[in-house]
Design a protein around this ligand. Structure first.
Ligand SMILES: [Zn+2]
Length: 247
């Protein structure tokens, strides 16, 4: 039986540290004696000690591990390593499965996406936006809602990471910021942890770098001068760059 979740779900649904340590364990063959019984996986994962680990095929967040964290009910690297084994059926991981850290790095490379790449980026953005969901309660669903925001932002980080720099990609990012702003202002998203706001601040910093590499990017900030209110004033630095650009 194949698990319900896939590699993407594991990658974006786990924090970067746990995920990369789990990848390390899996690649080094530390996941041993894997069995699948009634939709659940069990294994011995060789960590500091050999740990007995189990993980559900329906949700990788449901499982047990005999390690210190696992005993506290925390999702640990051993459970994720077993979930990786389940998803890949023991086969090697592709190279691109290492996760980028939570920061929006600039490619420092001027250029455009071709039509297909642009379509792909837009689709991926739309897909990631589905995880930025409103919180409607009850309060016991709050943590799951916050996890979803984290997963959405992790996906978005991966999309903006390494985009070429041009007016085209700058437009793409401005539209993304405005969509997120709308979700925060009127979409009922509870960002009290600052997950989405943190991501937006990173994208603003990224756009400031864009402006230095290709000043034509500044023209896409014009859109920001036409709105009268944003959720936390994130646009201020970009509006200033637009106002102060030499004409
Ligand atoms: Zn563990």
């Amino acid at each position: 039986m194949k698990p319900v979740y896939d590699l993407e779900k594991l990658k974006y649904g786990t924090d970067a540290g746990t995920y990369s340590r789990a990848v390390g364990l899996y690649k080094k063959g530390k996941v041993t004696k894997v069995e699948c019984v009634a939709g659940s996986y069990t294994a011995i994962v060789l960590g500091t000690e050999p740990y007995r680990v189990s993980v559900s095929g329906r949700s990788f967040k449901q499982g047990h591990c005999a390690c210190y964290l696992g005993q506290q009910g925390t999702l640990c690297k051993h459970m994720i390593a077993l979930a990786l084994h389940a998803v890949r059926e023991g086969k090697p991981l592709a190279m691109e499965t290492t996760k980028t850290p939570g920061e929006a790095e600039c490619s420092m490379r001027a250029g455009q996406l071709n039509d297909m790449e642009l379509q792909k980026a837009k689709l991926e953005i739309t897909n990631a936006m589905k995880y930025i969901k409103p919180y409607r309660g009850p309060s016991k669903t709050w943590f799951a809602n916050q996890d979803s925001l984290c997963e959405g932002c992790a996906r978005l980080y991966d999309i903006v990471h390494g985009l070429p720099v041009s007016k085209q990609t700058s437009d793409l990012l401005i539209n993304l910021l405005l969509r997120l702003d709308k979700k925060l202002c009127t979409g009922g998203v509870d960002d009290s942890n600052g997950t989405v706001g943190g991501f937006m601040t990173e994208v603003v910093a990224l756009l400031e770098k864009y402006a230095k590499i290709d000043p034509a990017c500044i023209n896409s900030f014009k859109k920001l001068t036409e709105i009268d209110h944003t959720c936390f004033g994130w646009e201020a630095d970009l509006v200033r760059l637009f106002d102060e650009q030499p004409r």
